[in-house]
Structure formats: C-alpha cells, structure tokens
Design a protein around this ligand. Structure first.
Ligand SMILES: [Zn+2]
Length: 160
C-alpha cells in the first residue's frame, strides 16, 4: 500500500516536471544567453556553441541570479556538516555539475554557511531536490521537502 502510494506520487512529480518545461517561455531559435552562453534550441536551453546570428537575451537562470530570485532553497542543519564540510561541499558541487550539464537552467546560486545552518539557493527546483536526495543517500539524516507556488519553488530540509 505504502509503496504504491509512493510510486504514484513519484509519477505525478515526473508529469509536473514535464509540464513545467513546457510552460517555459518560447524563444525565437536560436536564442543565446549573453551571460552564460547557453543556447535555446529545439524548445529547450542547451549547452551548444552560440550561433553568430542568435537572438540575444538573459536566460531564465541568469535572470534569477541577477534578480536574486531563487526557485529552490536547501537547508542543511546540524553538526554533521561542520565535521564533514569539504566532503559534503564536493558532493554538492558534483551533483550541480551533473544536473547543470543536462539542464542549463538548474544551478546553484549561493551557498551561505552560518554555524550549523547552511542555506543553498538554486535557480531550479530539481537541482535542490537532487542535492538533498544525494546527501540523504550518502549520509542518511532526515530529509523532507515542500513545494510552493504551484510547484515552481521548493524548500528542501536536511538535518543530521
Ligand atoms: Zn544564462
């Protein structure tokens, strides 16, 4: 019973993710970001050599960074981080690299460390969840997340 409920929820999240990508603004093709050089081609932002004739804009991720308007918040709490700081930061940056390579709009904005509270902001919701799940897989602890704003924002909490 519990397992099938989990599967159903997982499927719903995947459908929502698909919808979110479709909802994105359609740009003339090709369009290139003046800041990060990602290119909008075939209906999505990709890492591709920007064509010389490309339309020029600020991509949604660079726009969020410029306006300091994160889509994802990830809070890491507890003493465990302090004891495993470098190892955990390596894991966080590695997960970002993997996600960003496939999805240019999913990036870390800021990592703010304050004693036993680390706050990471992101330009997308999927990278925040991905990092939270990777930390939970590697170090256990308590992981939870809540979506807001019609699943356009996410808050991820991890504690150990
Ligand atoms: Zn950009």
């Amino acid at each position: 019973m519990e397992k099938s409920q989990y599967r159903r929820r997982d499927r719903l999240v995947k459908e929502k993710r698909h919808d979110t990508y479709k909802e994105d603004k359609k740009w003339p093709e090709p369009t290139a970001c003046t800041e990060c050089n990602s290119v909008y081609l075939e209906g999505r932002w990709t890492w591709y050599e920007p064509p010389v004739n490309a339309n020029k804009v600020l991509c949604p991720a660079c726009q969020r960074i410029a306006e300091n308007y994160p889509a994802g918040y990830l809070e890491l709490k507890g003493s465990f981080f302090q004891q495993h700081r470098q190892e955990m930061l390596n894991l966080i940056h590695n997960e970002e690299k993997l996600e960003k390579t496939a999805h240019p709009l999913e990036r870390i904005m800021v990592i703010n460390e304050e004693n036993e509270l680390i706050l990471i902001t992101t330009t997308g919701i999927h990278i925040a969840r991905r990092i939270g799940e990777a930390i939970s897989r590697a170090y256990q602890g308590d992981l939870s997340f809540t979506y807001g704003d019609g699943e356009k924002t996410i808050r991820v909490f991890w504690n150990r």
